[in-house]
Design a protein around this ligand. Structure first.
Ligand code: DAH
Length: 361
């Protein structure tokens, strides 16, 4: 077989690299075989890469712009006979597209498999995750609101212990030992050492009246809001733990009219609008006279709590002279007024901790 050195047929004259090196002419069959080998090697390599570093290594080896194997195959393209070149070029382009696609697939596979590099990277330009703020529980909101209203009327907010002795929970409040309110079945008495004075979880916040009066001299205006405990079965209006508001005012010349106007102010500010208050005669051991008070709101009278003028026996128990000082006291349930204000039918909802319920307030 003769090869004419000046003939274009062999493509010999074209078989020059960019660097000007002479090249052996390449037959199309050899070229295609090289192309196939290239594709197979690339497929095997890219199919097996396990991390970003290996992928980059494979990219440089097969697709690298300067000395990648694809580049080498491309150089062979120019060694093809002119007649074979269009077909060779087409095959070359197909092979290039196929290997590039394999590379993209490998890239996607690594990103999708949660490759650590991918998740570790933080894109600081993305908007941040919004922080969902919680908010104050409706019972705590109610407590704070009542404290705020009473503060405007000059009543200081005070706290007392939840574990109490019999003196503060009963005796000083003129509740004698035979009184049914002291029944073990109606209170959470605590198991204490033999011979020690019985303790209990306080059943009312009236205990705080005693604690304050024992330590301070009149005039006094205090309000105390906190937890109380009674072994009641939970239902729509009862719960073994609930909250009370206790108010106490000791000043010269105090009358039931003052009591009523304070309660009316509290009710109107808390519920909104002009709320009427009415008294019904009642009995509490620590007030004389005693009343229960109702509030008219939304066209209905609702029982709110108990009140009265502080009983002289109580004033004496704390060391005050009942001939010189007098005052009034009142107590009402926090859950009850919260339920009224927010339209809650079942107080157990306050304690279910269901955020779908709590989020509404
Ligand atoms: N402590 C009472 C109770 O739990 C409520 C009460 C009634 C409080 C009359 C008072 C009062 O201060 O004067 O049922």
């Amino acid at each position: 077989m003769t090869v004419s050195s000046d003939s274009d047929d062999t493509g010999a004259n074209d078989a020059l690299t960019a660097a000007g090196q002479a090249r052996q002419p390449v037959g199309i069959a050899v070229f295609l075989a090289t192309l196939t080998a290239f594709c197979e090697a690339a497929a095997e390599s890219l199919g097996g890469v396990a991390d970003e570093a290996a992928l980059e290594q494979a990219r440089i080896e097969f697709l690298g712009a300067r000395s990648g194997r694809l580049k080498a195959v491309q150089k062979n393209l120019s060694g093809l006979a002119a007649t074979d070149r269009p077909a060779g070029g087409r095959h070359f382009n197909e092979a290039k597209a196929a290997v590039t696609a394999l590379f993209s697939a490998a890239q996607e596979r690594l990103a999708g498999s949660g490759g650590e590099q991918a998740t570790d990277a933080i894109d600081v330009t993305l908007p941040g995750d919004p922080v969902r703020l919680g908010h104050i529980h409706p019972i705590t909101q109610t407590i704070r609101r009542v404290q705020e209203i009473m503060a405007r009327l000059g009543f200081e907010s005070v706290d007392g212990p939840e574990v109490e002795d019999q003196w503060h929970n009963f005796e000083a409040l003129a509740i004698p030992s035979e009184h049914p309110a002291r029944d073990p079945l109606d209170n959470f008495y605590l198991a204490v050492a033999r011979g020690a004075e019985p303790l209990l979880l306080r059943s009312q916040t009236s205990t705080v009246q005693i604690r304050v009066m024992e330590n301070r001299q009149p005039p006094l205006r205090i309000v105390s809001l906190g937890r109380v405990y009674r072994p009641d079965t939970a239902d729509a209006t009862h719960y073994p733990m609930f909250h009370q508001v206790e108010g106490l005012l000791i000043e010269q010349g105090t009358t039931m009219a003052h009591l009523k106007s304070v309660l009316r102010q509290l009710a109107s500010s808390f519920l909104g609008g002009d709320v009427h208050v009415r008294f019904r005669p009642s009995f509490f051991p620590f007030t004389e006279p005693s009343v229960e008070f109702d509030m008219e709101w939304g066209g209905r009278w609702i029982e709110m709590g108990g009140a009265g003028m502080v009983d002289p026996a109580v004033l004496t128990a704390v060391g005050y002279d009942p001939e010189k000082v007098s005052g009034f006291a009142f107590g009402l349930g926090v859950e009850r007024i919260a339920a009224r204000r927010y339209g809650v039918a079942d107080i157990r909802d306050f304690y279910r901790n269901d955020v779908r319920f709590l989020r509404q307030f």
